[in-house]
Design a protein around this ligand. Structure first.
Ligand code: MEV
Length: 426
């Protein structure tokens, strides 16, 4: 069977593509052309991207947009966003402008602690284990000294190591729960290296180390972002009514997981876009954020809203383990550019910026949902995509955009109008 192959990773890029298109595509030449279309003509740049992962055969472009007019802690930012959903950057820009004249976003770092664990099995008595741990703890820290040297110079390192008895959750299961400060780096490699050194030192014939790995659940690497203004400044008409409806929408997301997931997805539209643009790990952020949203035992809204003494306040606490050094942040030319656009923030500042982009997105979604509904704005933007699929000329495009200015956009309606326009030469 030619569809199973050994030694694939050792083949040249060209050989890989040949094998791939010959075995999995009905039109191999077309498939090859499509892959090659996205190669970068700058050889050095292409090689850089080839080396990010194994078996690279092409590049997958995502739009790189910018949302201007974000005011965060009285500082103006243009936020880079990498996202494919048509309404996201538009919504962020609109909301950023809106809040820029109402005091902007105010943020606070609530913590920067990260976590890693050595998971192990031990069948002896737990008191003996605790005695062994207390005795060996200074040695565990010493075993990481070479790894933590540079980090300690920057004010980071291992904060503490605890022995945790987890045998009530799983027979014979214990862990070394270590906490870290990783300053401007996300710290995954640093934490994992420390944990492996700790595990090696801790190992004993009656201790079976199962694994040593950081945790992407970082409830103590937390940032708060918030906006507030008098209710009357929030809407042009019926401000109290719509502000209360907005708060009710947040209450619903707190009460009902189905809604909470979509509510939080809207927040992640903003978060992921900035995380991607700055070369950070969006899977780690996603996993950690959703676990945090479930910390009470049921999945809830990440954001909160209230009206008190005529003032509307909207805020969110969100765990974000981000880095501005290490990883792809300086390696990917666009990630580097994004950080420069953000005035080379520290990791803490990047947490604040990213969280604000998320809150802005949530504000845009809730404001639309509780007033005009989401589809009006969405479909207006989607109109461009539909027109593109039709391969309409510039003149036809202008006609369709004008025609749908005050009409509801649906996929069918656009296609029908397009056909009609063609038939009647409108
Ligand atoms: C769409 O990407 C995001 C929304 O569904 C978020 C929400 O419902 O709050 C609009």
């Amino acid at each position: 069977m030619t569809k199973i192959i050994s030694g694939f990773s050792k083949m040249t890029k060209q050989e890989k593509i040949d094998w791939l298109v010959d075995n999995f595509f009905e039109k191999p030449i077309l498939a090859k052309e499509t892959l090659q279309q996205y190669w970068n003509s700058n050889r050095v740049l292409q090689e850089l991207h080839d080396d990010f992962i194994e078996n690279t055969v092409s590049n997958f472009y995502m739009p790189y947009g910018v949302a201007p007019n974000f005011v965060i802690n009285d500082k103006a930012y243009v936020i880079p966003m990498v996202v494919e959903e048509s309404s996201v950057v538009a919504a962020a820009s609109l909301v950023a402008k809106f809040w820029s004249t109402r005091g902007g976003f105010k943020t606070t770092i609530l913590g920067t602690t990260k976590v890693g664990q050595v998971h192990f099995m031990y069948k002896g008595d737990s008191e003996g284990l605790q005695f062994y741990f207390d005795k060996i703890k200074p040695q565990l820290l010493r075993a990481t000294e070479a790894i933590t040297k540079n980090m300690r110079k920057r004010g980071g390192g291992i904060i503490d190591i605890e022995l945790r008895n987890k045998t009530h959750e799983l027979a014979h299961y214990y862990q070394l729960h270590a906490t870290f400060e990783t300053k401007d780096s996300m710290g995954a490699n640093f934490i994992n290296s420390c944990l492996e050194a700790i595990a090696n030192e801790f190992r004993r014939s009656d201790i079976e180390i199962v694994m040593s790995i950081l945790s992407n659940y970082v409830p103590e690497c937390l940032v708060r972002t918030e906006v507030q203004c008098p209710v009357d400044d929030l809407y042009k008409e019926n401000a109290q009514y719509y502000a209360e409806k907005f708060v009710q929408a947040v209450n619903i997301a707190n009460a009902e997981p189905h809604r909470a997931v979509t509510h939080n997805k809207g927040i992640m539209n903003g978060i992921d876009a900035v995380v991607l643009a700055t070369g950070n790990d969006f899977r780690a952020v996603e996993a950690g954020v959703h676990a945090f949203a479930s910390r009470s035992g049921s999945y809830k809204s990440l954001s909160n809203a209230e009206i008190k003494n005529g003032v509307f306040r909207f805020w969110m606490d969100i765990p974000l383990a981000l880095g501005t050094v290490g990883g792809l942040t300086k390696l990917h030319p666009l990630a580097k550019l994004s950080l420069e656009m953000l005035q080379n923030p520290s990791a803490e500042e990047l947490m604040q910026i990213t969280a604000s982009a998320g809150l802005a997105q949530n504000f845009a979604a809730l404001r639309a949902l509780t007033t005009t509904g989401i589809q009006k704005g969405h479909m207006k933007l989607h109109l461009n995509n539909i027109i593109k699929q039709l391969e309409a000329s510039e003149k036809e495009k202008a006609f369709l955009i004008k025609y749908f200015e005050n009409k509801t956009v649906t996929h069918n309606a656009v296609i029908e109008k397009y056909k009609e326009m063609k038939n009647f030469n409108l």
